[in-house]
Design a binder for this molecule. Structure first.
Ligand code: ARG
Length: 251
């Protein structure tokens, strides 16, 4: 994690000369290039051959409001902000929590949902931060889960996986004592696995936002305006209830 963050910060400084597409350029082209992971259900995932999820539908709604077509790019989670700073796409929507480290490398939009990192374990397993002492925990690499689990005093082995779903699979297979991931993802996992796993405490809270290349203020302004509109015109509420049965906006 430390290494990734340093790399991100270094990239922000080194790639200062490369120019991200401005809002005017994007508007003129008629298409906005959006990057996500496509492996983080129910936020962004591939179903059949279709990229879908709460964030995919929300981003499509924002693009429609901005009068743009969408071109999607999928990347491993850990590469997303690096690719952004290499001008490979216009913005990223992939459940990034706003952190001071990341904010050194990119600019975040206003949050599009609020959530937290929560423990999921098998019955009888660790349910609290204190209970993680000496325990093996699975998390996705490059995430705030990793950062926060590492801070738990006395935590045992922290195993990282390229994909969050692989970290969940490690818990199901009994290779770790707990998985720490998104609160809403955890609720879905518990439902899908019917009694085989249970959700424990939330370790930390976070606000999730889209990211643009540092300094791309024109695009940031447009995204924030489109998001504000979606939050008030009912479209956000509709998409949110479709995926979560509730409104997940920050309150
Ligand atoms: N919210 C967590 C973070 O900010 C996890 C995000 C993971 N996103 C993904 N597309 N896998 O690090």
């Amino acid at each position: 994690m430390k290494k990734t963050l340093l790399t991100l910060t270094a990239l922000a400084l080194l790639t200062g000369s490369a120019e991200a597409r401005t809002w005017e350029e994007i508007k003129r082209s008629g298409t906005i290039k959006i990057a996500t992971e496509g492996a983080f259900p129910p936020f962004n995932m591939i179903k059949g051959k279709q990229l879908t999820g709460f964030e995919v539908d929300l981003a499509k709604e924002l693009a429609t409001q901005l009068g743009l077509k969408v071109q999607w790019v999928t990347q491993p989670f850990d590469n997303l902000l690096i690719g952004l700073n290499q001008d490979r796409y216009d913005f990223v929507i992939a459940s990034h929590g706003i952190t001071p480290e990341r904010a050194k490398a990119v600019n975040f939009a206003n949050p599009h949902y609020c959530t937290g990192g929560a423990i999921v374990t098998r019955p009888g397993g660790p349910m609290t931060a204190a209970a993680l002492k000496g325990k093996k925990v699975a998390v996705q690499v490059g995430t705030t889960y990793l950062e926060n689990v590492r801070k738990v005093p006395g935590v045992g082995d922290v195993k990282t996986f390229p994909k969050d779903t692989d970290a969940q699979a490690a818990l199901m297979a009994g290779r770790v004592d707990a998985w720490v991931g998104d609160k809403f993802t955890g609720i879905d996992l518990v439902k899908a696995q019917k009694g085989k796993v249970i959700q424990g405490d939330m370790l930390f809270k976070e606000s999730i936002a889209m990211a643009v290349k540092k300094g791309n203020s024109g695009l940031l302004k447009e995204l924030n305006a489109a998001l504000a509109k979606a939050l008030t015109n009912g479209s956000y509420a509709k998409i949110s209830s479709q995926y979560f049965g509730q409104d997940v906006r920050c309150k």
